[in-house]
Design a protein around this ligand. Structure first.
Ligand code: ATP
Ligand code: MG
Length: 567
């Protein structure tokens, strides 16, 4: 049992200025977290206990899924990161430090390289496969906008697991085992997290799910189909191509004057045609080489999708000079006559009688048939899907929702094992490259996401599985030896049953104790007061109940244990 008078615990009436979302405010106000610097938070004893409970559940489910725990250094030699090229490609988001000999190191933002190096040295035979290893370790990222407390920190705790298999089929089994473990983990910690199809980002690889918690403050957009359950990150979401909106061929292409009209909206208004009849052309640099992308005039190019189409090349904006060199003046460019690769959105397949820029200031081309007049390298899914677009699975309109990612599973293929030469000998003694997967859970983010999802106007409502303590025992008359003795006897009985108890034994008014109990949000509240005990016993209620039940001291431990079973 912990007593408040001995605990390092201060609750606050006001949240700090920089706490924008409810979970951040509540974690600070309830004395669970304190800020050390931007994106850097200290866990106080109560917060620490909740964190440890989340970690324990993650560990249990990892072990159940056959994963083995390891622990890698956070400080990792730059050399390791050079082997896969990520020393260069990770950019300013990665913290880099030097030792006294001026050798470079990384404060690991993730750990594919280190785990692959271990697999390379330790796995030599197919007999050792499959192998899933994980760690629970601090990660560092120089986020552009660290905010929302533990949701986006510069330093945070991640559980990262990596699977090594002989082939794609084995990798699929490992992926499924981890995916299923994630479903169990989020359920057990009391968090509603939905798996959605995701882009593979900096980690690379070819297949991925993110586990998303829906929240108004979420920084990700998720396209969600209420009808069939399809859900995907906006970076990834596909749409059912709209019924062909484009006309029949209508004579040869011809230049039309569009003086001063540059955006698709301007050109459509000037030519008095629907914006869907204009094709938007963009020049971007892919690993420094110019390519053109075409999307319908009213749609946005998804750079993430273009990057995937181009095999993960880095996409950057091209400057005016480059656009002029490969096409024409900005605002008047089009695909006709250019000699760089041109990627068009799928919806433009068969587009005829459309307008495109003429690569000449003040002119557009009318009656263009893309297939006839331009050289299209490929038709691909390139637009950012938005609310109202049709579900790629069932064709009903998609909804957009905000979400925060708490975990992600990736199929990596051989991206890292190939780069680092991590091979094994198969049944015939032939060396083969390991097939990998990686699986992250933001443990600290998950802790705060639980609070974001589970609270009311009075404070946190901890799910019993991760609450810092299960029972708040409010000792209303700490000066009374009889009341204190009864409360302590109950606490001892509860602890003997494995139920942890936090006793508010401060010399404070009852109202203050009730308010703090609601703020801290332990699942069961027990009031031990002279008045109540004289009337018949302890007053017991769940954090979510309006009214208490009065329970005789000798029956209280059993009743509380049963109440906890309902949570
Ligand atoms: P996000 O898109 O939110 O930046 P990410 O996709 O970059 O996250 P991953 O590389 O997939 O993150 O890392 C695995 C998990 O680590 C994420 O699912 C998330 O829960 C957590 N995480 C990532 N960045 C942070 C951060 N800055 N602070 C706290 N948790 C984080
Ligand atoms: Mg992610």
């Amino acid at each position: 049992m912990m007593r408040w008078t001995q605990a390092l615990l201060n609750t606050l009436r006001e949240a700090p200025q920089d706490a924008e979302i409810v979970s951040h405010k509540l974690m600070i106000r309830a004395g669970m977290l304190r800020k050390l610097g931007g994106g850097l938070y200290t866990y106080l004893p109560l917060g620490m206990r909740a964190l440890r409970k989340v970690e324990a559940i993650v560990r249990e489910e990892m072990e159940r899924a056959g994963a083995q725990e390891t622990l890698f250094p956070i400080l990792q030699p730059a050399e390791l990161w050079r082997q896969t090229g990520r020393w260069e490609t990770m950019g300013p988001g990665m913290f880099r430090v030097q030792d006294r000999k001026e050798a470079w190191y990384v404060l690991a933002p993730t750990a594919e390289e280190a785990f692959t190096a271990l697999a390379k040295s330790e796995i030599s035979s197919y007999r050792q496969l499959p192998c899933i290893i994980y760690q629970m370790q601090d990660k560092f990222r120089d986020e552009i906008r660290p905010r929302f407390g533990l949701i986006r920190g510069k330093e945070f705790i991640m559980k990262d697991a990596y699977s090594f298999d002989a082939d794609e089929a084995g990798a699929d089994r490992s992926y499924k085992a981890m995916y299923d473990a994630y479903v169990r983990i989020f359920k057990r910690v009391g968090l509603a997290a939905k798996p959605v199809e995701a882009d593979t980002g900096d980690i690379g690889g070819n297949f991925s799910h993110e586990f998303m918690v829906f929240a108004a403050s979420g920084e990700d957009g998720i396209l969600d189909c209420a009808a069939c359950g399809y859900a995907a990150n906006q970076e990834r979401a596909e749409r059912k191509a709209p019924a062909q909106p484009y006309g029949q061929e209508n004579g040869a292409a011809e230049a039309v004057a569009t003086p001063g009209q540059h955006t698709c909206e301007e050109v459509a208004a000037f030519l008095k045609c629907p914006i869907g009849q204009i094709v938007k052309s963009l020049v971007v640099l892919a690993d420094g080489e110019p390519v053109m992308a075409l999307v319908p005039g009213d749609r946005e190019l998804s750079e993430t999708k273009l990057r995937r189409v181009l095999g993960g090349k880095k996409i950057e904006a091209a400057d005016e000079e480059m656009v002029q060199k490969v096409a024409g003046p900005c605002g008047s460019i089009g695909p006709v006559g250019v000699s760089i690769p041109v990627y068009a959105d799928k919806a433009l397949e068969g587009a005829a009688d459309v307008f495109v820029g003429a690569n000449r200031e003040g002119f557009h081309l009318a009656h263009v048939s893309l297939a006839r007049d331009a050289k299209i390298t490929a038709y691909e899914d390139l637009v950012t899907v938005r609310e109202g677009d049709l579900c790629p699975k069932c064709g009903r309109p998609l909804e957009i929702r905000r979400g925060t990612e708490v975990g992600q599973c990736f199929k990596l293929g051989t991206k890292y094992s190939k780069a680092m030469g991590a091979t094994f000998l198969d049944e015939t003694g032939t060396p083969r490259t390991l097939t990998m997967g990686c699986y992250g859970i933001g443990v600290s983010r998950t802790l705060q996401a639980i609070v974001e999802q589970s609270n009311d106007e009075n404070g946190i409502i901890w799910p019993a599985s991760v609450a810092p303590y299960q029972v708040a025992l409010l000792l209303l008359d700490p000066d009374s030896p009889e009341v204190t003795a009864k409360a302590e006897a109950l606490a001892a009985e509860l602890e003997a049953r494995g139920i942890d108890v936090f006793m508010d034994d401060r010399a404070e008014r009852p109202g203050v104790k009730f308010k703090d109990a609601d703020l801290i949000g332990l699942p069961v509240r027990v009031v031990a007061g002279a008045k109540g005990l004289a009337k018949g016993g302890f007053e017991v209620r769940r954090r979510t109940d309006k009214d208490s039940a009065v329970i005789a001291p000798e029956a209280a431990a059993e009743a509380i244990a049963q109440l906890l079973q309902t949570l």
